[in-house]
Design a protein around this ligand. Structure first.
Ligand code: AHR
Length: 701
């Protein structure tokens, strides 16, 4: 049986070739229709089904009716309901969001003893022409290693044309584009006169993409000097290298080499396209900098805020031993706070509480760790006259950052000493910063905590069916004065998710609707992890995939965008009735105010987590027939042909919300919910609609 299609669809739908059911499906998926009764009948006859390979086949549509209490004032939803969680995992920051192009810029990644690995730096020239060694010769005491480049040619034997030297490929290639400007900074000294080419070269080392020469006379070259200039590219290679070459014999010492694109997000060093993808989510908070990354396998490898502040050349960097890579810590505590400010979002600092994966500081030795957290808060919030506030001011931010939440550790509740040490942190922070909300790692879902807390962490990684079922997870939670829930990490993982499947995203959408409905007890939630570099997949799936020059959102990312209006909105009552007890979609209805248009909108989200298409009639109580403004209302549908479909660099927008304007109704509003889909209606209310002052909330599914 072929799909029956509306005679006059209000959204343009092209005729599919006969027999091409999959193509038909992908067209129908964008059709949200206001139907006449006969049209409704036609849609009842529409049929779709996924077979075992996830391909739509045929089955009869169920019909459901959604009734929304459109004129309700609604219940306040958490102002901070949906945010983002950044962890330095998968090279999310180093080689990712932080726009530094040089990998191992200070030559510390191989450790502080010599000889040390200089990976990924490599020589340009033969062994008898150039010799690269590491020496403890740096100007910076906390990162003592510098590179010595001994030029063996040029004195008797001629160097090859273009000279010899050293090159850095960045993080799996440097994105150099013709016409763009890059700021190059490095520290250098020499035992001879310097005549050095500093250039971006192509991956195959055959083309020069941008070049400057540095000439320093012998007497001026003996001491360390900082050099800084722009390179303007005249050619493009997305996988380029930065090369230092010379034909002058002698030794050159190189240290703290940095290259930044001139253009970064808000001029603060963040890779623009990636930060803009975060901005698009309108996140209400930024949890940072991890995760397990905060803890470390061993305490000495944990992320410690004070090692990540101050001039970048002086930061020691550290080896993150949970995700197993080096970070120069250019993206440090200050930069995270700056990012939160730039994204107009609330920073949530997760600090190390003296616990790693393998060790817990005992309560009698916890005081320095407590002081460390207090110093970190002074850095963020103290006046610029305070000890640590002054460092922040010297870094360019005299005004305090708006830190109002901290998490005492990550996933540590069950580890030795957590409970005792928690109280030491809690008391000290509340004494000095009573307005700061404190997040415990202990789960209060099944009973009260053994300690006071404003919020508690809840993490869930599971398969699609489980997460879908967890849409009701917080329905039964007691509405008491106890801590609110922070679902600070959640995602579908395992074989249901691949590296970011439709199936995972749709289950997450249903879970998020459950969070919206419970936003009186769930104050915050963030998907995890946020980023993955295609060359360093430590964790699958992730919201945003990137390489040196491209990026795309997984379906999970795009689901997040459909919830960007939820924080601070009003939850409306609604009911859903199925036909003959058949399956029903998971639905939420919220009202939001849009400051840009100064308009009121009702946002309805409906998730179909089944293999059959659903037709849903939408009815509003309290909203007159002319209450919705057309065509300022839209419908967005996210689905795909197969449940395991993913986006990719070659098809980055295969699964994205397909948005159309809604047209005027002929009678009832009829929405098609394709198999495994989320459909979001954004309906602008006419200013004539008046809202009831009575708070009524009920929802039947
Ligand atoms: O999100 C990846 C990891 O999952 C986080 O580091 C940790 O908190 C959780 O176990």
């Amino acid at each position: 049986m072929e799909v029956q299609r509306a005679a006059e669809p209000l959204l343009p739908v092209a005729s599919p070739p006969a027999g091409d059911r999959r193509r038909t499906m992908s067209k129908v998926k964008t059709a949200a229709l206001w139907t006449s009764p006969w049209l409704l009948l036609a849609m009842v006859l529409a049929y779709h089904r996924f077979d075992s390979s996830g391909t739509p086949k045929g089955v009869q549509d169920p019909i459901v009716t959604l009734t929304v209490e459109g004129a309700d004032r609604g219940r306040d939803m958490s102002q901070t309901l949906f945010g983002i969680f950044f962890e330095e995992i998968n090279h999310a920051g180093a080689g990712g969001l932080w726009a530094e192009l040089i990998n191992n810029r200070g030559f510390e990644a191989g450790g502080q003893n010599t000889p040390s690995s200089i990976d990924p730096w490599s020589p340009l020239g033969k062994e008898n022409e150039v010799m690269l060694t590491t020496e403890r010769a740096s100007l910076f005491p906390r990162n003592p290693i510098a590179l010595r480049m001994k030029i063996l040619c040029g004195n008797g034997t001629a160097c090859p044309l273009g000279g010899v030297g050293v090159a850095n490929p960045g993080y799996w290639g440097i994105d150099v584009r013709a016409g763009r400007t890059y700021q190059i900074t490095f520290w250098l000294r020499s035992d001879a006169m310097v005549n050095l080419s500093v250039a971006f070269i192509s991956q195959d080392e055959l083309r020069v993409l941008a070049q400057q020469f540095l000439i320093v006379d012998e007497a001026s070259s003996y001491d360390w000097q900082k050099y800084q200039f722009d390179l303007v590219a005249t050619d493009t290679d997305h996988y380029a290298k930065l090369a230092f070459t010379t034909s002058v014999s002698g030794s050159i010492w190189l240290d703290q080499v940095s290259a930044f694109p001139e253009e970064t997000y808000k001029g603060h060093g963040f890779r623009k396209e990636l930060a803009e993808m975060l901005e698009e989510l309108k996140p209400a908070f930024l949890r940072f900098p991890g995760g397990c990354y905060v803890e470390g396998e061993r305490l000495q490898n944990a992320w410690r805020w004070r090692d990540t502040i101050g001039p970048w050349e002086e930061r020691p960097g550290h080896y993150g031993d949970v995700w197993n890579y080096w970070s120069d810590d250019g993206l440090g505590y200050f930069e995270f706070l700056q990012l939160a400010e730039d994204l107009n979002t609330a920073p949530i600092w997760v600090f190390n509480n003296g616990i790693s994966h393998s060790y817990s500081i005992s309560p009698r030795n916890i005081q320095p760790w407590v002081q460390d957290a207090l110093d970190g808060l002074e850095f963020a919030r103290g006046p610029s006259t305070s000890t640590f506030g002054a460092i922040r001011a010297a870094m360019g931010h005299p005004d305090p950052f708006n830190v109002r939440h901290v998490a005492i550790g990550n996933e540590d509740c069950w580890k030795p000493n957590y409970q005792e040490n928690y109280m030491a942190f809690y008391k000290a922070i509340k004494l000095l910063y009573p307005d700061i909300s404190i997040i415990s790692n202990c789960d209060a879902t099944n009973g009260p905590l053994r300690h006071p807390a404003d919020l508690y962490d809840f993490h869930i990684y599971t398969n699609a069916n489980n997460l879908y079922a967890m849409k009701s997870q917080f329905d039964q939670k007691t509405r008491d004065s106890g801590p609110k829930v922070f679902v600070s990490e959640y995602a579908v993982t395992g074989s249901d998710s691949g590296t970011g499947s439709l199936l995972a995203a749709i289950a997450e959408a249903a879970f998020m609707i459950g969070l919206e409905k419970n936003s009186d007890v769930v104050e915050m939630a963030s998907y995890a992890p946020l980023f993955v570099h295609e060359k360093d997949r430590r964790w699958n799936p992730d919201a945003i995939v990137f390489n040196s020059w491209q990026q795309y959102g997984t379906p999970s990312y795009w689901v997040q965008t459909l919830f960007k209006h939820s924080s601070g909105a009003k939850l409306l009552g609604h009911s859903v009735t199925g036909a003959n007890g058949g399956p029903t979609p998971v639905v939420s209805a919220i009202r939001r105010h849009d400051p840009q248009t100064n308009g009121e909108y009702i946002v309805i989200k409906a998730v179909n987590f089944g293999k059959d298409v659903m037709a849903m009639r939408v009815v509003f109580n309290g909203i007159p027939a002319n209450g919705i403004a057309f065509p300022n209302s839209t419908v967005a549908t996210l689905t795909s042909d197969k449940t395991m479909d993913e986006n990719s660099f070659s098809m980055p927008e295969k699964i994205t919300p397909q948005v159309s304007n809604l047209a005027y109704p002929e009678s009832d509003m009829q929405i098609m919910l394709p198999p495994y889909s989320i459909v979001a209606l954004d309906l602008r209310l006419n200013s004539t609609v008046t809202l009831s002052p009575i708070l009524q909330i009920s929802s039947s599914n």
